[in-house]
Design a protein around this ligand. Sequence first.
Ligand SMILES: [Zn+2]
Length: 266
Amino acid sequence: MPSHPRVYATEAFVLRRTDFGEADRILTLFTPGQGKVRAIAKGARRTTSRLAGHLEPFTRTQLLLATGRDLDIVTQAEARERLDALRDALWHATAAWYASELVDRFLEDADPHPRIYALLARTLRLLDAGARAEAGTPDSAAGERARCVLALRYFELRLLDELGYRPALHTCAGCDTPLLPEENGYSAELGGALCPACSRYAQRRLSLSALKVLRLLQTTEWDAVPRLRLDAALQAELEGTLQSSLRYHLDRDLKSVNFLHAPGVE
Ligand SMILES: [Zn+2]
């Protein structure tokens, strides 16, 4: 009996895409209901293709897909939300690739995570709005950038949470005693902050300020997170702390993490 391809409709963001053959593209799509889906868009690189322009990175697209043996096949695509400001700003585009890459690396194919989908969509929108605000109001560009940096930290912390790796920030990850307002330690391996007594097992120190910001981000919805003014040292500590957990759980380095620190990207 001939097998008929199942056709399904979904919206998606493109997490990754590579050229294939003469004019095709292979896409890693992130969908709310099916999770990560690999698909081929035949002829999508031809300017005459009906798909061209609808499968760009950082674009929410409505798709019609046919299930294939290895790759699903894109039969229709229509862009619904283009985050163009984001694409035209190097720092913001790099941050968006970084967020997309984290999702790509952490999730298996066909493992639906609608909450991570919503988290990524919101983060991309925030970065797009940040790029727009920086371009439009040079006077407050530094404040807008700081807000985007904080949004990335929020994304990382909430992603860990959704993946089941929520860092302990209220009680010691080693002995479970409540953490006191003092300098503590942090261990990605043990799963979060460590009290001074357990800090001999810590990989890093965790300042009281960093602990407070992490707690705020972990327990506050983004819209209610105040516009914090964080000095460079505290920003670096927050980034390093979350990176240590992300790296531990990914068990390998992320290319775009390093790219975020490449000269000229700041
Ligand atoms: Zn302890």
